[in-house]
Design a protein around this ligand. Structure first.
Ligand code: SF4
Length: 318
């Protein structure tokens, strides 16, 4: 009786431990891949990890700490939180956590909340000014700490949402880069979670029991357009498995010659080379060409078409 009651729970615990271990390994692999693909971290770097108290930045810090242990190169990590003096911000949560993890950290106290409230009229969205102020402060802190890289916790879903936001509302094919030069031209900003799905950072935060700080303390409404895009992507993921992965993969497989941006491809200077392009315009030919039977038909159709064209040309030439 006792054995029957305990056996399933031990098995269950083992299964949970196995799944959690798999999740940790997956996160380490994906973050490692992104770091490698974009040469995000190099020997001697001091990486400033921006910690907001949300699930993503906790996951980022945690995974970077693991990878640092295993990395063949030496680099330092310093965690930085900007306390924006939002009402009810639990100022002790992050310092306590970081001390417990033995991570060097810096808390920057700047009352951007009051500035934003003073400058932006009630009811208007405050995020753009708030982020601008935050960015400037974090760049300065990076200088003061001697950080060579600034790591942000944006993940794959943030990148996809930004891509669609820019396309739907900005008329641009543009997303969040995995690595970029900061606006002030002085820093390299990296996004090591670029390949990680949000659902994995959610699960990881639950597994690790991170002391999450709510992100709505400023009282700002969630960006409605971003929320719509997020729902759209989640819906696609449910109804059409693989579609979102394919879209994400397309972001790293861009073919400028098959788009319409003249600044990305020299259409004016396009010349005949006489060489075939294997991945040219045939890639999305109609399905019927795929089977041998229809191939025969296609050949017949082409022959027929050629005969007609020849006749027609003949008439024209007459
Ligand atoms: S949600 Fe609040 S804290 Fe975050 S960027 Fe917007 S105004 Fe700033």
């Amino acid at each position: 009786m006792i054995a029957t009651a305990t056996t399933p729970s031990i098995k269950q615990a083992e299964k949970i431990a196995y799944e959690n271990n798999k999740l940790h390994k997956r996160l380490c692999r994906l973050v490692g891949e992104a770091i490698g693909d974009f040469t995000m971290i190099e020997e001697g770097d001091k990486v400033m990890v921006c910690l907001s108290g949300g699930k993503d930045s906790y996951a980022l810090l945690d995974i970077l700490l693991t990878l640092r242990e295993r990395a063949p190169i030496d680099f330092d990590i310093v965690a930085v939180n900007l306390d924006q003096k939002q009402p009810n911000f639990p100022a002790e949560v992050l310092p306590n956590y970081l001390r417990s993890m033995n991570v060097p950290f810096h808390i920057e106290n700047q009352d951007t909340y009051s500035i934003v409230k003073r400058v932006i009229p009630e009811g208007k969205t405050t995020c753009s000014l708030c982020s601008r102020l935050r960015r400037g402060i974090l760049y300065r802190v990076a200088d003061e700490l001697g950080a060579t890289k600034i790591a942000l916790g944006h993940h794959r879903d943030d990148i996809l949402e930004t891509f669609f936001l820019n396309m739907f509302f900005g008329g641009k094919l543009k997303s969040m880069p995995a690595k970029l030069q900061s606006d002030d031209g002085k820093h390299i900003v990296i996004r090591p979670l670029a390949y990680v799905r949000e659902i994995d950072t959610e699960r990881y935060a639950a597994v690790k029991n991170f002391p999450i700080i709510p992100c709505d303390l400023c009282g700002s409404q969630e960006n409605l357009q971003r929320k719509q895009i997020k729902n759209m992507l989640r819906e696609w993921d449910k109804k059409h498995p693989g579609r979102v992965e394919s879209i994400f993969s397309s972001l790293s497989t861009v073919v400028p010659s098959h788009l319409l941006d003249r600044s990305q491809f020299d259409f004016a200077g396009l010349k005949i080379t006489g060489e075939e392009t294997p991945d040219g315009d045939i890639a999305f030919d109609d399905e019927p060409c795929a089977s041998p039977h229809t191939n025969t038909l296609s050949i017949q159709t082409i022959q027929l078409h050629n005969q007609r064209t020849t006749k027609h040309s003949d008439v024209e030439n007459d």
